[in-house]
Ligand binder design. Sequence first.
Ligand code: DC
Length: 229
Amino acid sequence: MNSSKGIPVVTIDGPAGSGKGTIAQRVARKLGWKILDSGALYRLVALAAQRQGVELDSNNKSLADIAKNLDVIFTPCHEGGVDICLEGDDVTRAVRTEECGNAASKVATNEAVRSALLERQRNFQEYPGLVADGRDMGTVVFPDAKVKIYLTASPEIRAKRRLNQLKEQGINANLPGLVRDIEARDARDSGRKVAPLVPADDAIIIDTDNLSIDEVTNKVLDRVKSVYG
Ligand code: DC
């Protein structure tokens, strides 16, 4: 199936904590484009499954039904973020926990879940353009995107960033635990059979270890300008 609707798409992929979400928000705000936080969809499937007592198993067919019927509303809020409502319940904070991220990573190994979410993700395309962040945006969901970015950073740096983010949200965590979680998540996300975490052949790889948020944002914006003018 052709992913393109002729609408400009920038894909930003990378491992957990590489800064995709922050960079995607900044880039989308600067360009005035829409945003797709695909990780939130996997987190929501995990959350809905846990609430219904459904096992987060890579072969569980019920997970695909949950993904297909996900009753979710994203409402843009201040500073480029979104409020998320699942079955009428505000889950904006619940989906951001590390526990939910790890559960999402398990759900994401389920092939039927991934295909159930494919069209939903492509439907986020809207003029004037879309910035999509995740693991397989450039490889599977929007293979025709003209600007593909892949962000990397060492596990230690990513864990530190995550710790700060969680602190800002008033969520407790410890650094060694976060490094372990991140490494386990990398192994699961990169090692799975379907849509593993890999840079697209035509992606620009940016190592963000020694770059500020502004520097990374500007690199992405420069690339967008060079393609779309
Ligand atoms: O980006 P995130 O941390 O919110 O993603 C949570 C998990 O969801 C991640 O560990 C793997 C999965 N995921 C995925 O498999 N494909 C995507 N496009 C986005 C997320």
